[in-house]
Ligand binder design. Structure first.
Ligand code: PGA
Length: 260
């Protein structure tokens, strides 16, 4: 019933040319991926047009969707350097495809750029109003896990942002659980640790949205790779992955996506 999703978060990597090449390789190997697995490539802003075009050219269809990694918390106006949700949604509006997803709340945005839950609520609302789907990230620091406060922290990240949405809006949200201590470190949460938090997130969503919690896809992120994806994805409440480093190599990204 829930969508299985493998999303690549390219972060600030690749030139436009390299990005186009990467997505072409992913599209060429799509036949290896089960047809019920949705792939998403979340590229830098500068790459979106070219990658969108490459996806159209490849004829791969909707199984590979395009996403951005951020959007502004303001609708429009004098905010130099910002990119609005409406701008993202307008890319490709004259064609069959364009930007469908945006990652919001990544721990790198929260940590390095001071994005609070209040700011993220504005971003999430603007993204949804613009017709984008949101990949909303949450996850704790190692010190919080060691102090035993990680469930409270994650519940706060969920409640202060997602609980402001209507059930209809929540249908366009995917959650990604990314323990900060596992991101880019090579240390993956064990499948049991990840499953425990995923079940907790689903229970938290159910507190407000009831049975709808069964329909929301919850992805795991943090040093996910072809060698550990199958065990993670086999867990009851893990519906796929948000992949950083390993999404930059087509073979690894496809390898993860074939782990279902
Ligand atoms: P990683 O990053 O796979 O390189 O650990 C995941 C993420 O930050 O989304």
């Amino acid at each position: 019933m829930r969508k299985n999703i493998v999303a690549g978060n390219w972060k600030m990597n690749t030139t436009v040319k390299e990005g186009v090449q990467l997505v072409k390789e992913i599209a060429q190997n799509l036949n290896a991926v089960p047809s019920d697995v949705q792939l998403i490539v979340c590229t830098p802003f500068t790459h979106l047009c070219a990658v969108n075009h490459a996806l159209i050219e490849s004829g791969c269809g909707p199984q590979i969707a395009l996403g951005a990694q951020n959007c502004a918390d303001k609708e429009k106006g004098a905010f130099t350097g910002e990119v609005s949700a409406a701008m993202l949604a307008s890319l490709g509006e004259d064609k069959a495809r364009g930007v469908e997803y945006v990652i919001l709340g990544h721990s790198e945005r929260r940590g390095y750029y001071g994005e609070t839950n209040a700011i993220l609520l504005e971003k999430v609302k603007l993204a949804l109003v613009s017709g984008l789907k949101v990949i909303y990230c949450c996850g704790e620091e190692l010190s919080q896990r060691e102090a035993g406060v990680h469930f409270d922290f994650i519940a706060e990240e969920i409640k202060e942002v997602l609980f402001a949405l209507t059930p209809e809006e929540l249908k366009n949200v995917v959650i990604a659980y990314e323990p900060i201590w596992a991101i880019g470190t090579g240390v993956t949460a064990t499948s049991a640790q990840a499953q425990e938090v995923h079940a907790f997130i689903r229970k938290t969503i159910a507190e407000k949205y009831g049975a709808q919690a069964e329909e929301i896809s919850i992805l795991y992120g943090g040093s996910c790779k072809p060698s550990n994806a199958a065990e993670l994805f086999a867990q009851k409440d893990i519906d796929g992955g948000l992949i950083g480093g390993a999404s930059l190599k087509a073979a690894d990204f496809i390898g993860i996506a074939t782990s279902y």
